[in-house]
Design a protein around this ligand. Sequence first.
Ligand code: FE2
Length: 312
Amino acid sequence: MATVVRDEQTTLTVTPLTGSIGARIEGVDLSRDLDQETADAIRRAFAEHAVLVFRSGRDATPEEQHRLAALSGEPQPLQVFQFLGRMQAGITFDPGSRIVASDAASAPKQSAQIKRQDLQSLGIAGEFDGWHSDSSFCHFLPKAAVLRAEVIAPVGGDTGFASLCAAYEALSPIMQGWLEDLRAVHIIPEGFKDGINLASYGADAEERFDAFFPPKEWPLVVRHPETGRKALWINPGYTAHIVGLKRAESHALIRFLARHISSTSFTYRHHWQKGDLVVWDEVFALHRAPDDFAPHERKVVRVTAGRQKPTA
Ligand SMILES: [Fe+2]
């Protein structure tokens, strides 16, 4: 089923990719500035589907990626990188979905490029295999992230997305009611500091980082600002404790919710083609990047934009 918006110049088609998350957008020329009607239609589709796929069949440019990101606010890096002084909105992942310091002007003194074998020796290879949102311990999250694949592995290398609205709506009314007033603490997960090569930013970098990013409390159930839909705001690896519960109760609940959100009923798995641009909401959709393409290369560039604070 597709929704079609027409005016004199454009035919924009929105085709859902699953019953719970994701839609494919066709009929948009991202190589030029978008008119207001088209921009509004894309924003409406984004609010409804949380993940949008633009497939042009040709290479997508960084300019097109930025133009798409800018529909959700000013392109800017994660707050983590803003704190570290890396102000470029784009981050390159290569290989093994790890961060590469490709932006020479703002890169740390030592190269942050980490090879797959280094990651394996550190025991953190495939850290992004699991469902997550990017850095929910920060004071705010991006509104959107846009991924552009530069090198596609011949096998593997898909990106998965999970709807936290669909996950919430699948719970019983009794469970929904109980979770609604709870709050959860999000922390810097194990392996995160190595993943961004924090040590290369100076001897006191970790101390400054920990002081600026103390454990962050968010509601466990949040509401989408445009659609009003509620979502289960759980970020496996980052969500460490449910406020007010005993440790064993908290662990059991987090374990249950992390398993619940990973049901294939709430997910879309994107198989990349050259030129694809995929945008997702950093609060209402989790993502994962299976580390299943060795020994092949995979290179993707992520641009984040806008700011949001999950609210009940
Ligand atoms: Fe991520």
